[in-house]
Write a protein that binds this ligand. Structure first.
Ligand code: FAD
Length: 301
């Protein structure tokens, strides 16, 4: 292993990072995982799952299973987990390295970066104008009891909407979903739910009024404007890639795997906007590990 800190460094312990780490440890690679929050941090907010093989009904159950997998490999002595935030990665001829928030720099022959995405806020998108002083909670954090019986505007039609509706099948809510053209392809899976009204817009302005918010919208092509008042506004605009400095990003901010330094592999949601699923992330993580493994062991492709 030379003077490296590990055979493989893995940044992020979501489904992609855990799959990468478990694959590496099973191949007897000394593996260090760096996680800023909690194993499966994102998964824990998913109230209902129906597309992950293995019978996982909630994201929290899957997150616990992933944490157990890491613990089992830690006990085998081949894997360790650091609670820290990665702040930069770099690829060099002889090594890859990651700088951590606490000032440490770790090295390995290769790094798998699987930091996923973070939520967009109204300030990140051009189609919403909203006062900065009023923070709108994300839909996926909303509690049913706070919403029932209220008229709620949901800004954006990201897939969290379908997840929330499936997780709360008995909730008597009314969601007026205002979404831009870019979100249209995500609306199919929720279109038949009677509890939502889907409203394609070009622009939305949100202004606080007594006991609620005034919503002003402009329709597609700037045609048709409406104003109405709701009790609450939730954000559901999707996410932006959690790309670390040192990664190559495309125009959309995502990190194309083929354009990275050969010692830096990216996996999971960080790769692209359209393939963001747990099962995809897991496959990606395992695949990312096999690339440096085969290279180090000179296995012909
Ligand atoms: C509300 C919601 C519902 C969803 N529902 C489904 C569903 O039903 N089915 C489905 O297949 N998918 C669903 N998804 C998508 C799914 O969660 C993702 O595709 C999957 O979690 C991606 O895995 P990942 O490992 O790439 O990233 P993530 O799961 O986001 O994991 C990234 C990890 O990296 C850590 N991290 C980030 N930055 C750093 C840093 N700088 N240093 C160290 N660690 C860092 C994070 O804390 C996190 O633990 C849903 C997502 C959301 C938000």
């Amino acid at each position: 292993m030379g003077t490296y800190d590990a055979d493989l460094l893995v940044i992020g312990a979501g489904p992609a990072g855990v799959a990468a780490a478990v694959m590496a440890s099973s191949l007897r690679m000394k593996t260090v995982v760096v996680e800023a929050e909690q194993v499966g941090a994102k998964l824990r907010a998913i109230g209902a799952l129906d597309n992950v093989p293995g019978g996982w009904a909630t994201g929290a159950a899957l997150a616990e299973a992933l944490a157990s997998d890491l613990t089992r490999h830690q006990e085998l002595g081949r894997l360790s987990v650091l609670s820290d935030r990665a702040v930069r990665v770099a690829g060099h001829d002889d090594r890859a390295e990651v700088a951590l928030d606490d000032g440490r720099v770790l090295t390995a022959p290769a790094i798998v970066v699987a930091t996923g995405v973070t939520a967009l806020t109204p300030g990140d998108v051009a189609w919403i104008e909203a006062p900065k002083s009023r923070w709108m909670p994300p839909l996926w954090r909303a509690a049913t009891e706070d919403l029932e019986g209220h008229r709620v505007a949901v800004l954006g039609a990201d897939r969290s909407l379908g997840t929330w509706l499936r997780a709360h099948p008995q909730a008597t809510v009314y969601f007026h979903v205002l979404y831009p053209e870019a979100d249209r392809y995500k609306t199919d899976e929720v279109a038949d739910d009677q509890r939502i009204h889907l409203d394609l817009v070009d622009y939305v302005a949100v202004a606080p009024v007594q006991d609620g918010f005034r919503i002003s919208t402009r329709g597609p092509g700037g045609v048709g404007s409406h104003t109405f008042v709701v009790d609450a506004v939730l954000s559901n605009m999707g996410s932006k890639p959690a790309a670390l400095p040192g990664l190559i990003t495309g125009t959309d901010g995502y990190c194309p795997p083929d354009e990275q330094h050969p010692r830096i592999l990216v996996a999971g949601d960080l790769k692209s906007a359209r393939m963001q699923r747990i099962a995809v992330a897991m496959g990606d993580g395992g695949r990312a590990t096999l690339i440096p493994y085969y290279k180090a062991n000179a296995v012909p492709s």
